[in-house]
Design a protein around this ligand. Sequence first.
Ligand code: CAA
Length: 442
Amino acid sequence: MLAVGLRRISRFADLPQAASVLRSFSGAAAMRTILSDAAIHWGNVAKEVADRVVRPLSAKYDRLQEYPWEIQKEISKAGLFGVWIPKEYGGHGAGIVALCRVVEELSRACGGVGVLFAVNALGSFPVIIAGTEDQKRRFLPPIAAGEKLIAFCLSEKFAGSDAGGMRTRATREGGEGSDWILRGEKKWTTNGGAADIYTVFAVSDPESKSRRISAFMVEKGMPGFSIGKVEDKMGIRAVPVVETHFNGVRCGDERLLGGKAGMGFIHSMQTLDWARPGVAAQAIGLAQGALDFATLYATKRQQFGAPISSFQMIQELLADMSAKVDAARWLVYAAASAVDEGDSNVTRMAAECKYFATEVAMEVTTKAVQIFGGYGYMRDYPIEKYMRDAKITQIYEGANQIQKLVIARNLIKEAGALDHLMKYIPREEQCDYAAEAAAAKG
Ligand code: CAA
């Protein structure tokens, strides 16, 4: 399963330093070995922006629940919005591993900022995966430049996990060849209101079983498009999450993703395969950020005349947190590599890393609050926000129950490759004496 990550390590298998590389799997040496130069570079750029701009403003925007334009400007100035966008469309073409490094470092300072950045990848992946050449040239360069933000409109009030159960309709009301008219409402549009572009999924052929849905590129200001309820959230409060309304939005075929109707559901699923490592990266960023604070605090906080880090029960907590964060991190980068390399089991790996890393984030951030004790529960300490921000990662871009369903479905699909092991499983046979006796009788 970790074939991609391991393939990269195995290049060093015959070199003297191989053993030490493997020994320091969780450290800087492993980073240098496994990650591309571009991923390391963009991760470092993100860390600089996170430390200089994001961390000092994180509590302010959590309190205000407002889009942090001053942070967005710095992320944009650093060139980070171009990381995952191919070079021919104005980006750096650094891929999904580099995107994950950036999301991890931003989330380590603020989970809300991590997602306000990552959701632009989610919104633009359908265009990269399936857009026409014209759509790529029109929509990707301004996103790469940080001039325009994008959002992804799939979920609805009554269609969350069951994404295909959506009700928003796209109809050629004027008959064959006329424009599409979008009518419906979307829920949980992250970045909604701040974003200029919206990738919107709608039912274009209600009679079809497998080709019911198409995607459309909608822009702010188009007649019939509006922002509805703005959600008041437990965490990730720096990024808006809203309802989006489409009341007669007119889209010509040039806004139909890929120029072909009926492929929307499949494109949405492929998009989620690409995007789930990003949520997992947000989770490891949050977990690492909480672990950083918990470790520091444990070495400073004195009880019973000694720093609490000298107590074995605190050490047990820290050790458990650290091991899990490292395990999750390398699973995330292996899955992101699978996307970059077009591995065939990317769907399962993306779901596995999203599931595992987000469970780790919830556990680690909760334990970090425990290490801070009563202070950890207080708003003026930086730690409870990590726990609030982590909770959503178990829910969005597919609840973890859906990730497990995707993992199991794909694992079962891949079972054919294990047929050669059948010869090691004894074949049981049972005599049916009753049938034999009946046969002998008559
Ligand atoms: N890649 C390519 N095609 C895929 C695919 C994939 N990963 N997964 C499914 N498909 C294809 C299937 O092959 C099938 O194609 P055919 O009709 O040609 O056979 C078709 O899609 C339907 O597949 P399923 O029968 O598996 O579909 P399903 O209805 O059983 O649903 C599901 C599958 C996995 C449960 C899916 O609905 C799902 O992922 N749900 C969760 C949705 C989700 O993650 N929503 C989050 C939205 S984003 C967000 O959170 C907001 C935000 O802003 C952050």
